[in-house]
Write a protein that binds this ligand. Sequence first.
Ligand code: S3P
Length: 167
Amino acid sequence: MKIILIGFMGSGKSTVGRILAKKLGFNLLEMDTLLLERTGYLTIADIFSQRGEAFFRDQETALAQTLAQQSKVVISTGGGTPCREENMQALKMNEALTVYLSLPFELVQKRVGHDSTRPLWKNVADAKTLFEQRGPIYLKAADSIVDASKDPELLAEEISQAFERRT
Ligand code: S3P
């Protein structure tokens, strides 16, 4: 059994994932970090600028396949991971609770609007379009939805309780 955190950039997947993994005694697998290790690049922005988004997405899919057999882990996905159904199919293998960290666009903008390290945050209008496209994808992939505007400690507690109820 494992927990998969999905949601838009800035929803707190890594922060909540870290607290949650500690609470449950699970390992945290951060897909963006693992992807950098696999590819040898230093930043996600470098991958996008030197190899393009298609390369990044293919690496992301290859990585998701390698995580299929993992158990007792919290997987913090990249914001775009659920966009390929095959990624979620692989990640969800062997029982998983998939949690969507949902938050309003205004809060996303506040959290990541000034972060130049995110290649998919070019301007507010494009980011908003992406945000709107992604909403239904996250909903479809999720088993449960939490309000990601809450404090990360509270969120981690909420998710761990939902997880304990399921196991
Ligand atoms: C992406 C989100 C990023 C990272 C890459 C692509 C996306 O992860 O995987 O820049 O498509 O939304 P975070 O959600 O952790 O920022």
